[in-house]
Design a binder for this molecule. Structure first.
Ligand code: MGP
Length: 227
């Protein structure tokens, strides 16, 4: 089920299949454009028959604008929820109409978290969690960011329930993406998530996992796990 959903997420926003045809597809198979056209022409109901494809979870995009951030009195007070989506189609309409990391201003932070989880250590779901982080040169994280979003919302992680969300930080010399998880102390699930994330992104560098608890106490927290 998760694989089928992931495959559907990976199709572009025009690739919406009729429910009847979906039943005939093998698991993970994607209907090609030609048969899609034929099936929609043959379908008397036309667009009316196309149903949105629900995601397992609803997700919220959040944004922290660098100028608002520089004026904030307490950390996090300028982070704003932008939009919540819960279908494949909604995700693509949003994704195709928002700036990708390479087009965001230096200092910006863009988040995608499960609905109702705030992207803060203080959120009760995040409180005992931590994060894996990758980094790349300025302007180079767009594909990593898209693949991270697809893996999360398409439920491609074996320990998907452990995931809170992801954030991309746009900085002067580099862009960083962090994947936030719930139970930092659960080593097996964190290692599985980190390994799978690297595989999905084909990311070859070593990555580290930091506990939020450590980040609260120190400006330079040590990695608890590395892979
Ligand atoms: P950070 O997440 O280590 O790096 O946070 P950032 O924001 O990418 O740093 P930059 O230098 O690249 O801009 C840096 C600091 O922000 C932390 O030491 C905290 O003081 C504060 N901070 C970050 N987060 C994620 C939180 C949070 O969730 N809650 C609170 N209260 N402070 C936070």
């Amino acid at each position: 089920m998760a694989e089928e959903r992931a495959a559907r997420v990976a199709v572009d926003d025009n690739a919406m299949e009729r429910e009847g045809d979906a039943a005939e597809l093998e698991e993970g198979e994607i209907q090609d454009d030609e048969s899609l056209e034929e099936s929609s022409t043959a379908n008397e109901g036309g667009l009316a028959a196309i149903q949105p494809h629900p995601l397992e979870h609803s997700w919220t995009f959040w944004f922290d604008n660098p100028s608002a951030k520089s004026r904030q009195a307490t950390w996090g007070s300028s982070i704003r929820p932008i939009y919540t989506f819960s279908t494949v189609e909604d995700f693509w309409s949003l994704y195709n109409n928002i700036h990708h990391p390479s087009n965001l201003l230096v200092g910006a932070d863009f988040y995608c978290f499960k609905h109702k989880i705030e992207p803060k250590w203080e959120d009760p779901v995040c409180a005992n969690g931590g994060k894996w982080t990758i980094s790349c040169a300025r302007g180079k994280s767009d594909t990593f960011w898209l693949y991270t979003l697809l893996a999360m919302i398409g439920e491609q992680f074996d320990y998907g329930d452990e995931i809170c969300g992801a954030v991309v930080n746009v900085r002067g010399k580099q862009e960083r993406i962090a994947l936030w998880t719930k139970n930092a102390g659960n080593e097996a699930s964190q290692l599985s998530i980190g390994r799978q994330w690297k595989e999905f992104l084909d990311y070859k560098e070593t990555i580290g996992f930091i506990f939020h608890e450590d980040a609260k106490k120190s400006d330079r927290p040590k990695n608890r796990y590395t892979i």
